[in-house]
Design a protein around this ligand. Structure first.
Ligand code: CA
Length: 727
């Protein structure tokens, strides 16, 4: 094998590699589904269903029990897989982002070493696939029934049938007819199933019908003992399970106070024959439920039980079709003599709550959605029946595929190749990772899960919620269901400190700087309203000559600074774009989400960063990078505007105050961002200080926020610069 690789490299250097690849470079078949939780896979010990075909991969290969995603949501997980990098590096932080397809991805690199690459099924990254010789993808989430597929020429075609089966047909067609049999292949067969709204195929509409699926122990979780943000979730079976879309009840919604109204779009797509089969399966049970509801016979808990059974059965019915797909693909490989030279992987973009914590959906860093199935068959390397406990993550897939294909792994890839683990029968080598890093960014969106990040080791999990600045710590050995955070228990003080250090170090290692990662605070009603007001204000302020951008100290021009503003700035149609509590990352979000409206001011006055200090005592270098990013955005969006970049104002009682010193250190760096053409660094901090370096409460009443006298000092100190800039 090694000799052949050397030969291959040599031939590549000769430029004649097209036909010279050794025949034993393995093919890679990557079978991927959407939202398939480990709890619903036999090989992971499912108590609720059987998946004989997926299990076969483990039986003949390996199953990884500590496999995790980096960001538990569809698009981001796919971007992590393609790039081998965490979300903040590949730029796809949340669903709705657009994947920058000009960046490095593993399929592009596989092509370069002679693999032919294809993706069929769910893509969900907005931009078209790049790096694939063949692709045929679902638009967005796609449909279960009679789905459309986007073709390589951009056209859309509708196919009659069930999505999981159609994707499998298309994958087999490509294997059979579409590929060049002389080259190794990497095929990504990516299912929509078992994503919400869990529409089963006709053949499984009545599977599990007469059974009761056991409920998870935490179905009635009350969310005590953990971050107070858990209670704000909007993904519970009890309160957020809709009438048509989830319950499959026909419209109109007869109990809108009990069920959100959302229709079943899949039903509308069905043929008459499909509808007839569907109705025959669902309607008797639906009618019985509606009658019982009308008769007032059902308690809240009865309704929850019914919802859970409806949910879990539909979910598992969809899983069953995915398992069929895996079986068909494995059989095809065998029937065509390719099984021995093809690595087969089964994975899903993240885990899912199957009623645990009362939830459906994903997003949280709790085990059920943090875990990702990862099963792999590699004939000749894995002996079969292997259960690995190595901590692996979806950022590891790209380097693994590259190493398997004999391609070089670019340095920018953050994951690690699993090949050493695989060649060691699933045992992590001594220098393997001790912890994984996780981050979720999709704030203020569907299901209302807050931004959070954290680390997980083999025993512990530390989570951080920036909005409330709460830590949660779980001892997974004693509390595997994660019902009680022990972050404030004295006996865990050392473990907490150790994990916090690991968290900080891992963030440094992966170059996570939240000061530069766009973040909305849209889950806070006050912020949402203020932001909306600023967007409207900026739409109507095309004539504004000055824009003030910042946090509460800027917003305060409308409070303590009102009189001074009237005097100095109202006559110049100035606009106030300050929001209290904002850090650099929030300003970055706002400036790229409508806050600049139609303004094109002569001067923008920026003062930001003191909350990065105040909330987190964030590393000055990191905060400065946040300021840099804001400057870059302003320069790009307002190329003719002069920017007054203020030194972050002093704070705290005296010169040795730690927060003041943090701001001093930020200023030391951002001073250098001045270009004296468009960016003007203006340090007026002396104007707020007494001769002995203290701050008078007549200038800053709380040693941070300005009084009216303070605002007057600001205006007077700024005036010469504004005059110089032509105002
Ligand atoms: Ca998903």
């Amino acid at each position: 094998m090694k000799k052949l690789l050397v030969l291959a490299t040599f031939l590549m250097l000769l430029g004649s590699y097209r036909t010279a690849w050794p025949a034993d470079r393995p093919n890679i078949l990557f079978i991927f589904s959407d939202d398939h939780a480990c709890q619903a896979i036999g090989a992971y010990g499912s108590k609720i269903n059987k998946t004989p075909n997926i299990d076969r991969i483990a039986k003949e290969g390996a199953v990884f029990r500590h496999s995790f995603c980096a960001n538990s949501i569809c698009g981001p997980s796919r971007a992590c897989i393609l790039t081998g990098k965490h979300s903040h590096k590949n730029g796809f932080l949340r669903n709705g982002n657009r994947f920058d397809s000009s960046q490095m991805t593993f399929p592009k690199l596989l092509q370069q070493v002679g693999y032919q690459t294809a993706i069929i099924g769910k893509w969900h990254l907005s931009s078209d696939p790049v790096g694939f010789d063949y692709w045929e993808i679902l638009p967005g989430q796609g449909s279960y029934y009679n789905p459309d597929f986007i073709q390589m020429d951009g056209s859309r075609k509708r196919f009659e049938g069930y999505c999981t089966d159609l994707i499998t047909d298309k994958a087999i067609d490509w294997l059979q007819e579409g590929r060049d049999a002389d080259k190794p292949f990497m095929l990504m067969c990516q299912h929509k199933a078992p994503h919400r709204n869990w529409a089963p195929p006709p053949r499984y509409l009545t599977l599990f019908q007469d059974q009761e699926i056991p409920e998870p122990a935490t179905l009635r979780d009350d969310y005590s003992g953990r971050s107070k943000l858990l209670k704000e979730n909007e993904m519970s079976l009890a309160r957020h399970f809709s009438w048509g879309h989830d319950m499959k009840l026909k419209e109109p919604n007869l109990f809108p106070d009990r069920f959100p109204s959302l229709g079943n779009g899949e039903y509308r797509r069905m043929t008459a024959e499909q509808k007839a089969a569907w109705d025959a399966a669902y309607e008797p049970e639906n009618q019985a439920f509606i009658e019982a509801m009308k008769a007032g016979k059902l308690t809240d808990d009865d309704i929850l039980k019914f919802k859970y059974q409806r949910y879990i059965k539909d979910y598992l019915r969809c899983v069953q079709a995915v398992d069929d797909s895996v079986g068909r693909l494995l059989n095809w490989l065998e029937d065509n003599g390719l099984a021995d030279n093809t690595i087969v992987i089964y994975s899903s973009d993240q885990g899912f709550y199957l009623g645990e914590h009362g939830w459906y959906d994903k997003r949280w860093m709790f085990e059920e959605s943090l875990k990702m199935p990862f099963l792999i068959r590699w004939p000749g390397v894995l002996t079969g029946g292997i259960e690995s406990d190595a901590l692996i993550q979806n950022i590891d897939y790209a380097p693994t595929f590259l190493e398997i294909a004999g391609a070089e792994i670019p340095e920018e890839i953050q994951g690690r190749s699993l090949v050493p683990v695989l060649k060691n029968n699933g045992q992590a080598p001594a220098d393997w990772r001790d912890a994984i890093y996780y981050a979720y960014y999709e704030n203020a969106a569907v299901h209302n899960v807050p931004v959070h990040d954290g680390v997980r080791t083999d025993r512990y999990k530390l989570m951080y919620f920036p909005r409330t600045r709460e830590w949660n710590l779980f001892d997974l050995e004693r509390d595997p269901q994660e019902l009680n955070s022990v972050h404030d228990e004295p006996s865990y003080a050392e473990i907490l400190a150790g994990l916090q250090k690991r968290y900080r170090d891992l963030r440094k290692f992966y170059e996570v700087n939240t000061a530069t990662i766009p973040a909305t605070r849209g889950d806070e009603p006050g912020w949402r309203q203020r932001n909306q007001l600023l967007i409207e204000r900026a739409q109507q302020a095309a004539d504004a000559q000055i824009a003030f951008i910042g946090d509460s100290i800027t917003q305060g021009w409308e409070g303590a600074g009102k009189k001074v503003w009237e005097e100095f700035y109202a006559p110049r149609q100035a606009i106030n774009l300050g929001i209290g509590g904002d850090r650099t990352e929030h300003v970055i979000w706002r400036l790229t989400h409508g806050n600049l409206g139609r303004i094109q001011p002569k001067v923008a006055v920026l003062m930001i960063g003191t909350n990065n200090t105040g909330h987190l005592l964030q590393d000055p270098q990191e905060v400065a990078q946040g300021v840099r990013k804001i400057l870059d955005i302003l320069r790009e969006k307002l190329p003719d505007t002069h920017i007054v970049l203020h030194a972050v104002f002093p704070r705290g009682p005296h010169e040795m105050d730690l927060m003041r010193l943090n701001n001093v250190a930020i200023n030391q760096i951002i001073r250098r961002y001045a270009d004296d053409e468009f960016i003007h660094y203006v340090d007026i901090n002396d104007h707020f200080l007494e001769p002995d370096g203290t701050i008078s409460r007549s200038v800053m009443h709380d040693l941070l926020h300005l009084t009216e006298a303070g605002y007057r000092r600001w205006a007077n100190a700024l005036e010469p610069t504004l005059k110089e800039l032509g105002l």
